[in-house]
Design a protein around this ligand. Structure first.
Ligand SMILES: Cc1cc2nc3c(=O)[nH]c(=O)nc-3n(C[C@H](O)[C@H](O)[C@H](O)COP(=O)(O)OP(=O)(O)OC[C@H]3O[C@@H](n4cnc5c(N)ncnc54)[C@H](O)[C@@H]3O)c2cc1C
Ligand SMILES: NC(=O)C1=CN([C@@H]2O[C@H](COP(=O)(O)OP(=O)(O)OC[C@H]3O[C@@H](n4cnc5c(N)ncnc54)[C@H](OP(=O)(O)O)[C@@H]3O)[C@@H](O)[C@H]2O)C=CC1
Ligand SMILES: O=C(O)C(=O)Cc1c[nH]c2ccccc12
Length: 422
């Protein structure tokens, strides 16, 4: 009976056959796969829940954001950044580049379409992808559609949902509480005591921006974090690490990075920032924890303009009680507590993703599953990892597409010959 109901639902929804792969997400990863598919002559459909490309960059980042890796590690395949881009492009420059990338390859995503579920139907050997389309309608329900496709490319990103931790007493706090993805600038916080929870790149950069706007940030470091200078001896620390990794084992590169950081930044443990026991690159590879690439927050910590405190025990009205029992005054809270993948919430019964919505197989083997399923942009290697995935996925699909097209042409030619003979 359930099966029958499911089929009836299928007819109520708009049902569409996709000629080629269906790509979920129009961020840099989805755009990169699509551009590479174009080069292979493979048609595709891109579905994007928001109303623009790269919504993370357009709608969920602060004004002052710049890429923190040098530009050669952040451009997408087949179209380099313009020559006049600086070493670390700004958020607006990066968005302009992505817009021109989408225009150049005529990628045309379908906006306002959220994928609700996707599952492989082994009886027809196809993916069935259910979506909610457009704005909420007057009746309170969104219109739905269903797509049927041979290939499904997951490009929804490592940062699809915000992590909002449950913190005791937050409902009693009374002041403004936002996630760092809703932070644009420190303008609204001038003169205020702001508690920044989290000390990843977002926490550090939000705290720094708050200083630039004469607010008084306090940053919560509940455990440990690696801070590396963005540049060492005038060269990008990331670039140095990439060069060293060609010759040396990861653990040795980590030791070199820590020695270089010590030279540039000094002993950060004195500032209340404990370093993890694993090295920065090892930690990034094993747990996906990105080291902070410092662009100035550390000197503000040294000068006392950013205060560092240990974990928060609970919130009180206008205050926070810390795990060391201190109670501090707080006007506003910014949760720089990170992001998570949303894949587990909509993709059903697959072999490549784990319960956290990341590929089970570590880099470089996480991009391909079975039954025409692919993952792009889940390597924990930023934009350069996404580009590598995109090239491989498009090649893989392109090969099958070419073969199937050849076979189809052959069948059509045979059919024509037969009918002309009769
Ligand atoms: C603040 C910040 C700065 C960063 N800076 C750098 C940097 O300098 N260098 C670097 O290499 N990396 C950086 N990163 C890492 C970042 O992950 C990449 O830059 C990049 O955005 C990843 O692209 P993506 O397409 O995989 O994911 P996203 O950019 O997140 O795109 C995924 C898209 O999928 C859409 N989507 C999600 N779920 C659904 C659904 N169910 N249905 C339909 N659409 C859906 C989203 O709306 C989104 O548009 C940064 C990340 C953050 C948060
Ligand atoms: N300029 C740039 O290019 C920028 C790049 N980024 C990138 O965006 C991605 C996301 O970064 P980010 O948003 O910083 O997220 P991260 O996941 O890197 O950091 C989250 C932070 O929040 C802390 N945290 C989580 N829950 C709690 C809690 N309940 N109490 C206290 N602390 C908590 C974590 O601590 P713990 O480690 O103990 O779990 C960690 O310090 C990263 O890849 C980063 O590199 C971000 C900003 C700028
Ligand atoms: O900024 C990010 O989120 C990235 O993932 C970029 C990145 C990839 N590998 C790294 C190693 C050290 C610091 C940042 C990165």
């Amino acid at each position: 009976m359930a099966g029958l109901a499911e089929h009836e639902n299928l007819f109520k929804r708009r049902c569409k056959w996709v000629n080629g792969p269906l790509i979920v997400g129009a961020g840099p990863s989805g755009l990169a796969v699509a551009a590479c598919l174009k080069e292979h002559g493979v048609p595709f459909v891109i579905l994007e829940r928001s109303s623009c490309i790269a919504s993370l960059w357009q709608n969920r980042t602060y004004d002052r954001l710049k890429l923190h890796l040098p530009k050669q590690f952040c451009q997408l395949p087949k179209l380099p950044f313009p020559d006049d881009f600086p070493e670390y492009p700004s958020k607006n420059q990066f968005m302009d580049y992505l817009e021109s990338y989408a225009r150049h390859f005529q990628l045309n995503p379908q906006f306002g379409e959220t994928v609700l579920s996707a599952k492989y139907d082994s009886t027809c050997g196809m993916w069935r992808v259910r979506t909610a389309v457009g704005r909420r309608q007057a009746v309170g329900r969104k219109a739905e559609a269903e797509y049927i496709c041979q290939w499904l490319v997951v490009a929804t990103g490592e940062n699809a949902d915000c992590v909002i931790p449950e913190m005791e007493g937050l409902e009693k706090f009374g002041g403004r509480v936002i996630h760092s993805s809703d932070y644009r600038s420190g303008e609204a916080y001038r003169g205020k005591q702001v508690l920044v929870v989290g000390c990843g790149n977002s926490g550090m950069e939000v705290a720094l921006d708050l200083c630039h706007h004469n607010a008084f940030p306090t940053m919560v470091v509940r455990d440990s974090v690696h801070v590396l200078p963005r540049e060492t001896l005038g060269r990008s620390t990331f670039e140095i690490a990439v060069s060293l990794m060609k010759w040396l084992p990861l653990k040795t590169v980590d030791r070199v990075l820590l020695a270089l950081s010590w030279m540039t930044l000094g002993n950060i443990e004195k500032l209340g920032i404990k370093r993890p026991s694993q090295g920065p690159l090892e930690l990034k590879n094993t747990q996906g924890k990105t080291p902070v690439l410092d662009i100035g927050a550390l000197s503000k910590i040294k000068s006392g303009e950013i205060r560092v405190v240990p974990g928060v025990k609970r919130f009180l009205h206008g205050k926070a009680e810390l795990v060391d029992h201190r109670i501090i005054d707080v006007d506003s809270v910014i949760l720089a507590t990170g992001y998570r993948s949303n894949v587990h919430s909509w993709l059903q019964g697959t072999d490549i993703f784990n319960k956290d919505g990341f590929p089970r197989h570590p880099f470089p083997n996480g991009w391909k599953g079975s039954s025409g399923l692919y993952a792009v942009g889940f390597t924990r290697r930023g934009l350069s990892g996404a580009s590598l995935d995109a090239v491989k996925i498009a090649e893989d699909i392109g090969r099958v597409w070419k073969e199937e097209t050849r076979q189809a042409k052959h069948i059509i030619a045979c059919h024509r010959r037969c009918t002309s003979q009769n």
